[in-house]
Design a protein around this ligand. Structure first.
Ligand code: NAD
Length: 495
């Protein structure tokens, strides 16, 4: 199975891909063999301005913000139908420039587009607002209005799935948008643009700009007609975005990095805990915000756990991402590979013991293949326990009690997720209350996200939440209207 890759990736503005502009040209590289597979035409500030103008025009004059929910729902239904029909192609394109295995992209990542549009399609048919009456005096109600043009920025590890969640939410509430993903991974999202247009999303409602963060991303965030920014990516990038947006008092939703603790207590089912810990850190090569990258083991089970974990990590099949037998492919881009590799030396210099991996996967002269790696850290203060590595790199720690495990989990500038494995209800109840993280999972890895519930992080893992209710507030203005039911009795000034 293979699909055509466009020779050029350009911006999608007002319902069509534009001709290449004067901006910088960047190679789009297949991380499996380091070959250039396409050419990205970076949108400069002028092109970003055109995209925002198209979105603003569609918001001011187009049908989308004024459409009845049933009509928007019908468009979402057509999007779902078309995406379902083209899922193989979208997954293949995602694999071609992210390196995630095709079966993972096809089975888990890209179907999230269907989940997001499906969820908001249902929501569109059911959402209501409340009204309140103050006796015979007044009727008060909330008019919920779309914000206008919103910027939606997604990262390299799940460029299309995460952008589509934002697009579905922004559109459900009547906004128009300009989307940007990582310059390393633009292919499948660009293809999604044409499917959205084919499904009947009016021109200008969803626009796409491509390019590097400090060029295209910065111009988008700064644009005065962009009312809000929904960003998923790294914590240091978010600081720039928040500072720029803050000056103009723009709304931001920031979904950021993590260094999540995966705590295993003696009462846990060790077989399942080992399976889940491996999935938790090595799925998609550890390029997941919610990766369980710190494995915190109670001393009583530490040796048994480590033996099994390390033996299995060593056997994970790293291979070409199109091969059905590959459990992991290459990392998404060169910088990511180099960053992960650099942490092996950092770990050694800090007294960590390398238990598994630690180097390039054998059998590949080219491509960003890194072996699943595990190190035993002497303390949670080690950099490999404090910094997000964003790769197949597990940092293992041994503790003596649940109290110590919770303290280790919380001793982090991040707070996205914590996992706990225990057979004791009391331990679960106690730890879930004390752990500082936006998501705590007991006896299960993160298998799916439920859009009915908030997802986001404490501390430097984020500001705001995604999910139905938080999105409802993020993507809308609320206007409280008060109407007199009977003439009010007013004091008569000046009589
Ligand atoms: P990144 O921060 O380098 O880039 C993310 C996006 O921001 C890209 O589209 C990039 O081009 C853009 N960008 C960069 N600088 C910008 C600027 N100054 N202005 C506007 N846009 C800018 O992140 P990445 O390497 O692509 O992704 C990995 C990071 O994303 C990790 O930290 C990971 O934990 C995080 N992430 C978080 C979640 C979550 O839901 N919390 C989900 C997935 C990934």
């Amino acid at each position: 199975m293979s699909f055509p890759i466009p020779a050029d990736v350009t911006s999608f503005i007002d319902g069509a891909f534009v001709a290449p502009g004067a901006g910088t040209r960047l190679p789009v590289v297949n991380p499996a063999d380091e070959q250039q597979i396409s050419l990205l035409h970076e949108a400069d500030a002028g092109e970003v301005d055109r995209a925002v103008a198209a979105a603003r025009n569609a918001f001011a004059h187009g049908p989308w913000p004024r459409m009845a929910p049933a009509a928007r729902k019908a468009v979402f239904a057509r999007i779902i139908e078309l995406v379902e029909r083209n899922l193989d192609e979208l997954a293949w394109l995602e694999t071609a420039n992210t390196g995630q295995t095709l079966h993972y992209a096809r089975r888990y990542q890209l179907p999230r587009i269907l989940g997001s549009f499906g969820f908001y399609a249902e929501w569109l048919g059911q959402a209501t607002e409340l009204a309140t009456q103050d006796g015979d005096a007044t009727l008060r109600y909330v008019l919920r209005e779309p914000l206008g043009v919103v910027a939606l920025i997604s990262p390299s590890n799940a460029p299309t799935a995460l952008a589509s969640t934002k697009i579905a939410a922004a559109l459900a509430f009547g906004n128009t948008c300009v989307v940007k993903t990582s310059e390393f991974t633009p292919l499948a999202l660009a293809r999604l643009m044409s499917l959205l247009a084919e499904a009947g999303v009016p021109p200008g409602v969803v626009n796409l700009v491509n390019g590097r963060g400090h060029v295209t991303g910065d111009a988008l965030v700064r644009h005065p007609d962009v009312r809000a920014i929904s960003f998923t990516g790294g914590t240091s990038t978010a600081r720039h975005i928040a500072a720029t947006a803050g000056e103009a008092l723009k709304r931001v939703d920031l979904e950021l990095g993590g260094k999540s603790a995966n705590i295993v207590m003696p009462s846990a089912d060790l077989d399942v805990a080992v399976d889940a810990a491996l999935l938790g850190i090595y799925t998609n090569n550890g390029q997941q915000c919610f990766a369980g990258s710190r494995v915190v083991l109670h001393r009583d089970i530490a040796d048994a756990f480590i033996d099994r974990f390390v033996a299995r990590a060593e056997r994970i099949r790293v291979g070409h991402p199109l091969e059905a037998s590959s459990e992991n492919g290459p990392l998404a881009f060169r910088g990511s590979y180099e960053r992960v590799a650099s942490y092996v030396d950092i770990a050694r210099s800090e007294g960590c013991k390398v238990l598994a991996g630690g180097n390039r996967a054998p059998g590949f002269d080219r491509g960003y293949y890194f072996r699943p790696t595990a190190v035993l850290a002497p303390s949670n203060a080690a950099r490999v326990c404090q910094e997000e590595i964003f790769g197949p790199f597990a940092s293992l720690l041994v503790v003596d009690s649940l109290d110590e495990a919770v303290a280790v989990a919380n001793h982090s500038r991040y707070g996205l997720v914590s996992y706990l494995w225990t057979g004791e209800l009391g331990e679960a109840m106690d730890a879930t209350r004390r752990i500082q993280a936006g998501n705590v999972l007991v006896n299960t890895p993160m298998l799916s996200l439920d859009p009915r519930l908030p997802f986001g992080g404490y501390k430097e893992s984020g500001v705001g939440r995604e999910g139905a209710l938080p999105s409802r507030y993020f993507y809308t203005e609320e206007k409280t209207v008060t109407i007199a039911l009977t003439p009010p009795a007013l004091p008569k000034l000046g009589c």
